[in-house]
Design a protein around this ligand. Structure first.
Ligand code: ADP
Ligand code: ZN
Length: 733
């Protein structure tokens, strides 16, 4: 799949035609004629006609010459933007070759910032002149004094800074006291200051920081695992590497799982470097997106803190990547181009010949094995910073200490919560389940409420008074009688979600101030900020939350964490179920006792003897990971073997099954490769499509991409069927 086209610019002068990659699901660039007078080089952004449309594409190299020049369509124009850096173009080729996604689809990830390639808009700002108005009022004087600092500002900014109405400013414009100047419409990017305000590091931290600084100074590819318990100061340590990269004039990318990209994190960055970094995540407005993309491309944005797709931003001078919470499954994108941002970030660093740091308190088995085998260097931070100690974790055996009927909190946990509250501390109950109840059924006939479009039960959301599917977004009002048997008021909620736990808390602790922290209850970043600020300000006593509370937050008064159902994640048959449950619960536990007051964590479990519970209680993470590694090695599962997931989906159930059967008949023979399936996927119906799965298992050194091409390349698939390929799958649904 890799192109053989040379991209060296000297071979292109003067090019008669160029190969242009467009952001559509196409494997190869198309040739276009270069109009007279236009000079194009690889990486240039161009507008080209395709069918009836005009698209933005990128010059990938000289034309292939497959079609005569006079029959080619011409490039319409070259767009004013710094060319896409060669490292990014090679990266796009690489990601496409690895994930088997069409190159054009990967390119789309890199130019998904509408408007960024349009000429920058201008706005009007005002500057002080020597003219003074005939009548000077106190308000006018304030404006004149404010504008006296020489900065140009918009009417709104001036009015705000001077504390007057817009009208006062406009009056001064009319009087000629302020004169208009044209400014770029977008706010500039402040430069993070490497030496603004570092913390005095502990000896352990200083040693780790020095090692990272040295690898930045070496200016070559290296991969380092920064492995330290939560609260050990990993962020402070990698900030030193960021500072060194800035001193050396490099751009820096800090990748975080979307959910960990919090206000708190940005505040910390600002404290350390004197200003905000550029942000990149799904909440950005289209305009903000264009601004950041452009700022990165022009080298004005020096540090980007972003979610996984920030990896495809057009950095011309990228010199360091940090992947924080590297174990997070959120780095894996499942839809469209199925890529793992952590793994691809390592590739990006290696192609760009600069260092990468993977940071985690609970590193993934993949990364641990890479460190054990010497491919990654490992730096450890063993202790929490300052007086904070690791929390004590204890299992509550729910068979011996069960809650009352219809309740979910064991008497023991309730006693511990009471104590914490009496001491003026905060408690958190963690349950990774949104809504009120995960299943609703009819007491009279047993009817269960299932999503009409998916293989999944509808979840009751009591506050919104609806039943919702968490897979496709389908919702229906909660009926008053059973739709199957007509029995009125016979519906019962089975099992708890966070809303139900909050209800129990309200009964048990009527005076406590409680907040539910889940994506349903907090819409938008402002709501998030408000609740986290309230928790920090101790306006909340009990937090009931899903995984949004598990990550990255630092609450000094939180001393008790109760995990309502520690067994929850172990129920699915995923190969990483134990590893992930361990990671998640360890993260949740890490929220407790991060300051002077020691933390305590209680795991409600029906399996206290399970390896995950034992590892959490004893704190022996490495022994747990060793056992996991051995178990996976025995059965050749990742990272000791390779997997590829293949999903065949269609709205036509029979067609999906027939296609899967046809596909299974053409599986090529290959050593050390076996293809399991087709079998109905666990989510056999999703958004109205029937789904079947294959799972390809291969030895570690097998080129699975070549195998997949040999299998799927020659297939002619019906249009109504979609086959998606997921190299190194993390989801088996
Ligand atoms: P981690 O990223 O390993 O979870 P953090 O970097 O978030 O740890 O540090 C935990 C807390 O300890 C933060 O509030 C941080 O500001 C503080 N901290 C860490 N190192 C130091 C230090 N050397 N001096 C002062 N405070 C520190
Ligand atoms: Zn659904």
């Amino acid at each position: 799949m890799a192109s053989e086209i040379s991209t060296s610019p000297n071979r292109m002068a003067p090019p008669e035609s160029v190969a242009v990659l467009v952001p559509l699901a196409l494997p190869e660039p198309y040739d276009y004629a270069v109009p007279a007078g236009l000079t194009l080089s690889p990486g240039d952004y161009v507008a080209v006609p395709l069918g009836a449309q005009e698209l933005i594409g990128v010059v990938w190299g000289p034309g292939s010459g497959a079609i005569e020049r006079k029959r080619l369509k011409s490039v319409s124009e070259r767009l004013e933007a710094p060319p896409m850096p060669e490292a990014l173009r090679r990266f796009i080729d690489w990601v496409s070759g690895y994930t088997l996604a069409p190159r054009g689809s990967v390119l789309r990830l890199a130019i998904r910032a509408p408007g960024a390639l349009e000429p920058p808009r201008l706005r009007i700002a005002y500057q002080l002149t020597d003219a003074r108005p005939a009548r000077m009022t106190p308000a006018r004087l304030r404006v004149v004094e404010t504008a006296g600092d020489g900065f140009v500002r918009t009417v709104r900014e001036l009015a705000e800074a001077a504390g007057v109405s817009d009208g006062v400013v406009r009056g001064l414009v009319e009087a000629g006291t302020l004169t208009p100047v044209e400014m770029p419409a977008e706010a500039p990017f402040p430069s993070p200051e490497p030496d603004a305000q570092g913390m005095a590091l502990s000896p352990d931290q200083a040693e780790a920081a020095a090692a990272l600084v040295a690898s930045v100074a070496a200016g070559a590819y290296s991969a380092t695992l920064l492995d330290g318990v939560t609260g050990s100061g990993k962020t402070e340590v990698y900030f030193e590497a960021v500072a060194e990269a800035l001193r050396r004039g490099a751009q820096v990318l800090i990748l975080l799982p979307e959910i960990a990209l919090t206000q708190q994190f940005l505040d910390r960055f600002e404290q350390r470097f004197g200003c905000r970094p550029a942000e990149w995540h799904s909440d950005l407005s289209t305009r903000e997106r264009a601004r950041v993309w452009r700022g990165v491309a022009e080298g004005r944005a020096r540090v980007v803190v972003g979610a996984r797709s920030a990896l495809f931003l057009p950095f011309p001078e990228l010199g360091l990547i940090i992947v924080d919470e590297e174990h997070e499954a959120a780095f894996k994108q499942e839809d469209g181009v199925a890529y793992h941002a952590r793994d691809m970030a390592v590739v990006r660093a290696s192609l760009g010949a600069f260092p990468i740091v993977l940071s985690s308190a609970t590193p993934s088995l993949e990364t641990v094995v890479n460190a054990d085998q010497g491919r990654y260097r490992r730096l450890r931070l063993e202790a929490r910073h300052g007086v904070a100690e690791m929390p004590q974790i204890e299992a509550i055996d729910m068979r011996r200490d069960p809650p009352e009927r219809g309740r979910w909190l064991s008497p023991r946990l309730v006693i511990e919560m009471t104590r914490a509250l009496e001491a003026g501390e905060q408690a958190m109950l963690f349950l990774n389940r949104r809504g009120y109840a995960p299943l609703t059924l009819c007491r009279s006939c047993g009817h269960r409420f299932e999503c009409p479009q998916c293989s999944s039960w509808l979840v009751e959301h009591r506050f919104r008074r609806e039943l919702a599917c968490h897979h496709c977004g389908y919702t229906a009002p909660v009926p008053t009688s059973c739709p199957a048997c007509g029995e009125p008021e016979a519906l019962v909620a089975c099992g708890p979600g966070v809303e139900r736990i909050a209800e129990e808390v309200a009964t048990l602790f009527p005076d406590a101030r409680t907040a539910i922290v889940s994506s349903d209850n907090l819409r938008g970043p402002a709501a998030h900020r408000a609740v986290f600020a309230a928790i920090e300000a101790r306006e909340i006593d009990i937090i009931v939350g899903t995984q949004i509370v598990a990550k990255g937050h630092h609450f000094p008064w939180l001393t008790l964490v109760g995990v309502v159902d520690a067994d929850l994640g172990l129920e699915n048959g995923d190969l990483r179920a134990a590893e992930r449950t361990f990671q998640l619960l360890q993260q949740v536990a890490g929220r407790a006792g991060r300051a002077e007051r020691p933390g305590r964590v209680f795991l409600q479990t029906y399996m206290p003897e399970h390896g995950v519970m034992r590892a959490l209680c004893s704190g022996d993470r490495d022994a747990f990971l060793d056992r996991e590694a051995q178990a996976r090695e025995r059965v050749h599962l990742p990272p000791f073997g390779r997997l590829v997931g293949v999903v065949v989906a269609s709205a036509d159930a029979e067609l999906a099954r027939r296609t899967a059967r046809d596909m299974s008949r053409c599986v090529p023979k290959a050593d050390e490769v076996s293809v399991l399936g087709p079998a109905p996927a666990p989510m056999a119906l999703l958004r109205g499509r029937t789904r079947l799965r294959f799972l390809v298992k291969a030895g570690r050194n097998i080129n699975v991409q070549a195998f997949m091409q040999a299998w799927l390349g020659p297939l002619k698939l019906p249009n109504a069927v979609r086959v998606s390929v997921d190299i190194d799958p993390y989801s088996f649904m």
